[in-house]
Ligand binder design. Structure first.
Ligand code: ADP
Length: 492
């Protein structure tokens, strides 16, 4: 399909949104002239037709990045930081409502979730605007005297960012923020479900003074071709990916060909542990956030609830009561607490997981039936008596389904929680801080929410262990991922 439109008018937004590729500082159609449709998950209607990038466009983006790279690396850190800061101001000021509503439209999330994501996303630009001017080095005296070593940190070089659809703004800003702070150009391949947010962010960055070529955005339905072309280009030095473990494994294999610096934020299967001594009200509130932020479509989503015997029935009852009050509907409709899932595949997977888990012996407390009608809706669902090893505890659900499993001892729950290839985040609720810290230290995950249902913070080093990923995003560590170390040795 082709289209000559340069922007799309989206209901409720103050300005039309760009729908073309952003390459070398200009908006342009895809090389082949093709476009693809972006749909609203609330009713499957077409929101916009977006340029469908090809391998040639990826080459053009690499050319633009290569042309921009030396001057960008040499740009004063303060100036790089100011561009991020100005974009932060636009995201949280005049364009905040547009961005939030755009995410509701293309992702389906509720307006509350979209506003929360926007704040989080913008904070990455503020944080890294402040980090840009703190890139340090050092001066060392050799143990034997004489020789001096000057250690400098330089931008790693042209980076490819591949982002998912669940947090269309934040998953991008947490790559662009540190990359730009460090002085790296970036070629972005956003998810084809949600390219509009990435294109609007590119517009804001350009308006904030980002030099031409430093950022390219290539929406495409040919992810493999476009990403593969960039990754085969000897000028690329880094790939940063957020998405499924399966795709991440493939990208790591490709990255090996050119020994690319690789950051991978992959799947999760977060355990949510409630001890009998926990404040149950706080645990239920934490569970609501950990389970239902973004409708459960988050790699940090609580995937398996382990509740100590003495409080298991009470916790299940209270969680079902709270989840049952949520109204399912279009993300920006008044009173809606849960929006649609992003597409048919995602809702189909949730449906299958629930069906198979019930067949394995679980009992449905609330939900469990996909409603009739258009859109990709799935209701809040609580399952109890979930047998070990069933799909709901083994697979990443990515939907509003809470499977509850009982446990009797800390040893038992640690074995259950750690019995997975994933290791992104875990949650623990207990009234005994020492017990909480012991569990937190023993849990095999990169992050632990202790008496909290959310851990994300631009100033913290987000990331996983085991097959949940490599590298960290946010914090000081996030910037280090885009810097390489060089030393200059000289006699004195
Ligand atoms: P999800 O289940 O969240 O869609 P994916 O891992 O499939 O997770 O997708 C995350 C991102 O990776 C998206 O931008 C998608 O287009 C991209 N992607 C998927 N397959 C490939 C591939 N073979 N090469 C490069 N990017 C890919």
């Amino acid at each position: 399909m082709t289209s000559s439109e340069t922007t799309a008018t989206i209901e409720g937004l103050s300005r039309p949104v760009p729908v073309q590729l952003f390459v070398g500082g200009t908006w342009q159609p895809a090389g082949g002239g093709a476009t693809f449709e972006v749909r609203d998950p609330a009713d499957a209607s077409v929101l916009a037709r977006v340029a469908d990038a090809t391998a040639d466009d990826a080459r053009a983006a690499m050319d633009a990045a290569a042309a921009a790279a030396p001057a960008w690396a040499a740009t004063a850190p303060r100036e790089r930081g100011e561009i991020l800061r100005r974009t932060f101001e636009a995201m949280t000021g005049p364009r905040a409502d547009d961005l939030a509503l755009l995410m509701v439209r293309e992702n389906g999330k509720t307006l509350t979730d979209a506003r929360g994501e926007l704040t989080y996303a913008a904070e990455f630009f503020r944080w890294f605007s402040e980090e840009a001017v703190r890139i340090d080095g050092d001066y060392r005296v050799a143990p034997a005297g004489g020789t001096r070593t000057v250690v400098v940190r330089q931008p790693v070089g042209i980076s490819l960012a591949i982002t998912p659809w669940n947090f269309p703004a934040a998953m991008l800003t947490r790559k662009l923020g540190p990359a730009f702070a460090a002085g790296c150009p970036v070629v972005v391949k956003p998810a084809s479900e949600t390219p509009l947010t990435a294109l609007l962010l590119a517009e804001l960055l350009a308006e904030a003074g980002l030099p031409d070529g430093v950022l390219s955005v290539l929406p495409t339905t040919s992810a493999k071709d476009v990403a593969g072309t960039a990754m085969a280009d000897p000028r690329l030095r880094k790939v940063s990916f957020t998405g499924s473990t399966e795709v991440g494994r493939g990208l790591l294999k490709q990255a090996a060909d050119q020994v690319l610096v690789s950051s991978m934020e992959l799947g999760g299967n977060a355990p949510f542990i409630v001890c009998a001594d926990a404040d149950l009200d706080a645990a239920v509130e934490g569970a609501m956030v950990a389970k239902l932020r973004n409708g459960g479509e988050a790699c940090t989503a609580a995937n398996r609830f382990y509740v100590e015997d003495a409080v298991a029935d009470e916790f299940a009852r209270r969680l079902a009561d709270r989840m049952g009050t949520l109204t399912l509907g279009r993300g920006d409709d008044e009173g809606v607490g849960l929006g649609p899932l992003v597409n048919e595949d995602t809702v189909g997977k949730v449906e299958r997981i629930v069906k198979e888990t019930v067949e394995a012996g679980a009992r449905v407390v609330i939900g469990g039936e996909r409603p009739e009608g258009p859109g990709y809706f799935y209701p809040p669902t609580v399952l109890v008596d979930v047998p070990a090893g069933s799909p709901a505890t083994e697979e990443e659900i990515f939907g509003p389904v809470a499977p509850i499993v009982r446990f009797g001892s800390d040893e038992e729950v640690l074995a259950l929680a750690n019995g997975t290839e994933f290791g992104l985040v875990s949650y623990v609720f207990t009234g005994d801080l020492a017990r909480g810290l012991r569990l937190a230290e023993a849990l095999e995950s990169g992050m632990v929410g202790l008496n909290r249902g959310v851990v994300s913070d631009p100033a913290a080093p987000f990331g996983g262990v085991k097959q949940s990923g490599i590298g960290r995003e946010g914090g000081h560590e996030g910037l280090a991922e885009y810097l390489q170390t060089k030393y200059i040795s000289f006699p004195l």
